[in-house]
Design a protein around this ligand. Sequence first.
Ligand code: ZN
Length: 86
Amino acid sequence: MPNCKGCGASVAWIKMPSGSSMPCNLPPVRYLPGAGSDRIVTPSGEVATGKIIDPTSPFARAAVDGYMPHWATCPAAAKFKQKGKQ
Ligand SMILES: [Zn+2]
């Protein structure tokens, strides 16, 4: 699997229903669907909203696996954006 072209981080390429692949951070995170405003990519490539939680939290039993889109944390993400400033 290729790493991020911008920062060299290891990423998971999650295939989206559209057929394109989205780079996502590793390892996967645990999140509570619908509980927050974090953007999550599900293992099946859907974009969901939820709250990322600590896997050791008591709430973790209700959490499911997902991935944080790599562009959310990539230090080189600005290179990928057409608009420049955030
Ligand atoms: Zn990156």
